[in-house]
Design a binder for this molecule. Structure first.
Ligand SMILES: [Zn+2]
Ligand SMILES: [Zn+2]
Length: 391
């Protein structure tokens, strides 16, 4: 039929082609704009990088420098007034529904100047992709009409909506609002889904904010980062090279002597250490206390469990009051809570000499071992086993 375009596809084929093309756009955003350009955690072969840049021009009109600058600013000012798209500050509704508008507002010359360094400035960027950033999507409309006929119109509309809805709205909004937290990073980032396929791996947003320099976004055995799958595939052909910075800490079984390197290893691996503290000390102690203190803890058990390990700056004042009242009545919980903050002081306090930090860590371990709380004693032994070097 003439109105079905050159390819004359069935409706099912059209849907599949649309999903395929929008997926390429998502992959371009996560691999090229996010991991490669904004965080420099991934090297891409120039031809691959240019393909992604061209595809983004054709299907989204995003300019690499603008996206990169706004995203770096988001990390640098997360959940503050200056954050270009924080749902905590601006409200979830606004970030989900007006994500693209927030990007446009944020692209000021000052932001581009300050955060937009190390982005393409070649001839084609200056004269085509940046100067005529809307020409690509106009061209796409023509291509769609030629290939898919009248269906090209709705396919184009879907393509125009895809990034504003999924990346700007869902990742930037929902990813800072709903979902689970593996790590207590200082902002409200959450993992939306463990199977991160639809948005190319960006669903694992809490992992990303905790380790922004890692090109692999999955951290736990059940998490799947499809973007990482593509990186490995490109790597096989010599087209990509991940530069992810992994924590350089190692736990050496049986090691019990502490030195400055132990302190450095612990500080380097701090997010994981605090996660282990939650699993190995806080949760078992809280379970014990629950059976001892049915009436005070049981009705609020899940909330207390969450609040005990939550990053302090993210706790609402009313929740803090609740937590304080529980801690007041339970000296054991008080102790494990205070110990977690003493441990965090090791890397949070600035301007303290390594030797003093080592003294503080040794004291921490001595106190933990004399506490009479078995889980705390075991954790102290575990901390001592850390080293910057493997066995
Ligand atoms: Zn974020
Ligand atoms: Zn990022």
């Amino acid at each position: 039929m003439w109105y079905n375009g050159l390819l004359d596809l069935s409706v099912l084929q059209l849907v599949l082609v649309t999903l395929g093309m929008t997926h390429v756009t998502i992959v371009s955003v996560t691999l090229y704009l996010h991991r490669h350009s904004a965080h420099n955690s991934l090297d891409l072969h120039p031809a691959v990088a240019h393909f992604f840049r061209f595809w983004l021009w054709l299907t989204t009109s995003i300019i690499t420098k603008e996206w990169t600058a706004i995203h770096r600013k988001h990390h640098a000012t997360c959940e503050t007034e200056n954050d270009p798209h924080s749902p905590v500050v601006k409200g979830l509704r606004k970030v989900v529904l007006e994500g693209a508008e927030l990007y446009a507002e944020a692209a000021t010359p000052e932001t581009l100047e300050r955060y937009g360094q190390r982005t393409p400035t070649d001839w084609v960027e200056r004269n085509v992709y940046t100067r005529h950033n809307n020409l690509g999507i106009a061209l796409l409309a023509v291509i769609n009409l030629a290939l898919f006929g009248v269906h090209g119109i709705w396919i184009w509309a879907v393509q125009m909506m895809w990034i504003p809805v999924w990346a700007a709205g869902v990742v930037n909004g929902v990813g800072h609002y709903f979902g689970y937290r593996n790590y207590e990073c200082a902002d409200n980032a959450r993992n939306i889904m463990p199977w991160a396929i639809l948005i190319g791996g960006e669903e694992l947003h809490n992992n990303h904010h905790t380790y922004p320099n890692s090109s692999k976004l999955s951290r736990r055995w059940f998490e799947v980062d499809i973007g990482w799958g593509y990186i490995r595939m490109l790597q096989l052909f010599g087209l990509a090279k991940p530069k992810g910075f992994r924590p350089i800490a190692h736990s050496v079984p049986g090691k019990q002597d502490m030195d400055v390197e132990t302190v450095q290893a612990i500080a380097n691996n701090r997010f994981d250490i605090m996660r282990q503290y939650r699993k190995q000390v806080m949760e078992p102690v809280l379970r014990q206390q629950k059976t001892l203190m049915e009436d005070t803890i049981k009705p609020r058990y899940r909330k207390i469990r969450r609040l005990l390990s939550r990053e302090v700056s993210l706790i609402k004042p009313s929740d803090q009051e609740q937590l304080d009242s529980i801690l007041e009545t339970n000296p054991v919980l008080r102790q494990i809570y205070d110990k977690s903050h003493e441990l965090q002081a090791l890397w949070r306090r600035r301007g303290v000499k390594q030797q003093e930090k080592l003294q503080a860590l040794m004291e921490w371990c001595r106190d933990a071992e004399a506490s009479g709380i078995r889980y705390l004693e075991e954790f102290s032994e575990h901390l001592k086993s850390y080293s910057l070097r493997p066995v």
